[in-house]
Design a protein around this ligand. Structure first.
Ligand code: TXA
Ligand code: MG
Length: 314
């Protein structure tokens, strides 16, 4: 932030005051809205799990203001440092070994690792640096449901909980961060996001591969269970001729659709619009949502991964 925006400073102050008292606040990040609590405060972390209805086995991402804050809670190896230099702040999460710290154990679900991320959104950054502690912040939605990329979608998703929401407008990226961990073989992608395998390979000269369990019910990132990101109505992928009573989410040339993710077929634009479009179609009362084919390259891999999980029948 170069020039102080008075509204923004106000909401940052209120958010930090709430976090200091052990409360939770929904805050914008560049990826999706997060339900934030002070990572050092056990009451706040418990409240995150309660409001989100999140299973205790699913650990949270610790969001830090800078590398110094990361080093308080995690061991940063030389290769981790290279990844951080290349992509942080930004939509990347790195799973690292934990240090001895006052971080609440529950947020790490008993693991000896912690997922860390340095968000680039100025409001998120200001809130974390003013608090002076990392914040745990899962996506601000009920566990398993669609993520929220606008303040209104957060309010609807977390209703009837009276959670403070800091309105930062629509999240610019629109999809959750790419999650990677470092193994003996190189960098392992645990969750696809807008930072792609190709981006990682180019920036860090080490092999990059996808976790073999990412699409099963036993993933390394426990939040990556098959059924996730789901609207209330059934979702169908790769549809070129939708049924009459289905909402149709188009991409590129699919002009006879209710909403088009990107008329010009730009994948980053489709990512930005994905969750907001699904929320909007979900609310319109159709029997199902059909989605046009999305190319499975680059950012399209993350988009299709979300859609596949949303389409999985319970
Ligand atoms: O973009 C994002 O990452 C958003 C924004 C708010 O920052 N946050 C987000 O958090 O998506 P959440 O809680 O919805 O997803 C976190 C994922 C889960 O799949 C969880 O299992 C995984 O990170 N995770 C957390 N700690 C982990 C660890 N130590 N090892 C492996 N996976 C971990
Ligand atoms: Mg989530």
């Amino acid at each position: 932030m170069t020039k102080a925006d008075p509204n923004m400073v106000d909401s940052v102050h209120s958010a930090v005051a709430c976090l200091r008292q052990g409360g939770v606040v929904a805050i914008p990040t560049e990826t999706v809205y997060g339900l934030a609590g002070d990572a050092m405060n056990a009451d706040a972390v418990r409240l995150i799990y309660t409001v989100k209805e999140r299973p205790a086995i699913n650990p949270l991402i610790a969001h830090c203001a800078d590398i110094h804050m990361v080093e308080r809670i995690a061991i940063v190896s030389p290769i981790a440092q290279r990844v951080i230099d290349a992509f942080c702040p930004g939509p990347l999460t790195l799973v690292l070994p934990r240090t001895q710290s006052h971080m609440c154990d529950m947020g790490c679900a008993g693991l000896d690792t912690v997922a860390v991320r340095i968000p680039s959104h100025p409001m998120a950054h200001n809130i974390i640096s003013s608090l002076g502690n990392p914040i745990f912040a899962p996506s601000a939605n009920k566990s398993g449901n669609l993520s929220a990329t606008t303040a209104d979608d957060v309010k609807t998703a977390l209703h009837p909980h009276d959670v403070m929401v800091v309105d930062g407008g629509a999240c610019p990226v629109g999809l959750e961060s790419t999650i990677v961990r470092i193994t003996d073989m190189g960098l392992e992608i645990l969750r696809h996001g807008t930072i792609t395998k190709h981006d990682l390979e180019r920036a860090v000269s080490t092999p990059v591969y996808e976790n073999a369990h990412a699409h099963t019910d036993n993933p390394i990132a426990p939040g990556q269970l098959s059924r996730h990101y789901a609207p209330n109505v059934p979702l169908h992928m790769n549809i070129t001729t939708p049924l009459k009573n289905h909402a149709y989410l188009g991409f590129g040339g699919w002009s006879a659709c209710h909403i088009n993710l990107s008329e010009n077929g730009i994948l980053s634009e489709a990512a930005h619009n994905l969750f907001a479009s699904l929320h909007a179609l979900d609310a319109r009362g159709y029997a199902a949502i059909s989605v046009a084919p999305i190319p499975n390259t680059g950012i399209g891999i993350a988009i299709n991964d979300k859609l596949r999980r949303a389409a999985t029948e319970i």
